[in-house]
Design a protein around this ligand. Structure first.
Ligand SMILES: Nc1ncnc2c1ncn2[C@@H]1O[C@H](COP(=O)(O)OP(=O)(O)OP(=O)(O)O)[C@@H](O)[C@H]1O
Length: 265
């Protein structure tokens, strides 16, 4: 077993709120991720998925516990990570290529090889013809693909994806699932994905960390083995259905889904 590239140890995050009691977002979260692994944080709204991801990204400081990436304690945002959020966050006055290049410009001088790599990435997600298009000329899925290229162009070992497909229609989301699976796996990236979608988590992940809310915690760590992740057909397989049953049963048992679900606001 390789050494962990990400270690989340005893992570607890409490947000202070003016005039209200503190919000305990996540408590005592522990997991390791090995290089090249694709893991999902899966759970309902408010269970602390983004909080865990933001602690890994160095955007939120833990109240207790720590996160290490590549053996280094995370204390601030690291430039060696690639991050994509639900909103593509492209600059309206920059073309697709220039939005991708921004990632490299922030790191200093850019080289012709890096520009070629940015172009290659855009081509790999079908955007060659849109290199010089501005965000307002792109569909939601295209913008999100530009954001994925921007997250990967500096060749980070770790990609952090906070529900980047959440706002897209189902067909576009399916296509992006195929794109990210191919891109991340062919490049050997370590990926942490935040998602609400059970099928998305199963299709993409080597491991699913199941989270439940109030307070947010990891209740199960499920290893997923599928024969083929290059086609969505695998979603019709017996193995896929069995993971779905296992996950829905778990959410029912935790009172998150089903007739006995507790609506706690
Ligand atoms: N900056 C903040 N200040 C106060 N409370 C916060 C803050 N950020 C998150 N929370 C609270 O922490 C809890 C976990 O939030 P978080 O966004 O991590 O969950 P999530 O599972 O990612 O939710 P969603 O899927 O809806 O994005 C929620 O109860 C949320 O209201």
């Amino acid at each position: 077993m390789s050494a962990a590239i990400i270690r989340v140890s005893d992570l607890t995050k409490k947000y202070s709120r003016a005039a209200r009691e503190d919000a305990l977002a996540v408590t005592e979260v522990n997991f390791d991720v090995v290089p090249g692994e694709f893991i999902s944080l899966l759970g309902p709204s408010g269970c602390g998925k983004s909080t865990v991801l933001n602690c890994i990204a160095g955007l939120v400081a833990p109240t207790q516990g720590y996160v290490e990436v590549a053996g280094e304690r995370v204390k601030s945002p690291s430039k060696s990570l690639g991050v994509a959020f639900q909103e593509p966050l492209l600059m309206d006055w920059r073309t697709s290529l220039d939005n991708v290049m921004l990632q490299l410009e922030m790191r200093g001088k850019t080289t012709p090889e890096q520009k070629a790599e940015a172009r290659r990435l855009l081509a790999s997600v079908g955007l060659s013809a849109f290199e010089n298009a501005y965000p307002w000329q792109l569909s939601g899925g295209m913008k999100q693909r530009v954001a994925l290229c921007r997250a990967m162009v500096h060749d980070p070992a770790v990609l952090l994806l906070d529900e980047p497909f959440g706002a897209l229609d189902v067909f576009t989301r399916d296509q992006l699932n195929l794109d990210i699976s191919r891109l991340a796996r062919s490049a050997g990236k370590t990926v942490v994905l935040v998602t609400h979608s059970v099928p998305e988590a199963i299709f993409l992940s080597d491991r699913i960390l199941v989270m439940t809310p109030r307070p947010g915690k990891v209740v199960e760590d499920i290893r997923v083995t599928l024969d083929d992740r290059t086609s969505l057909d695998v979603r019709g397989s017996a193995a896929f259905a069995s993971y779905e049953r296992q996950l829905y049963a778990l959410f029912e048992a935790e009172g998150v889904l089903g007739n006995q679900a507790m609506y706690r606001h």
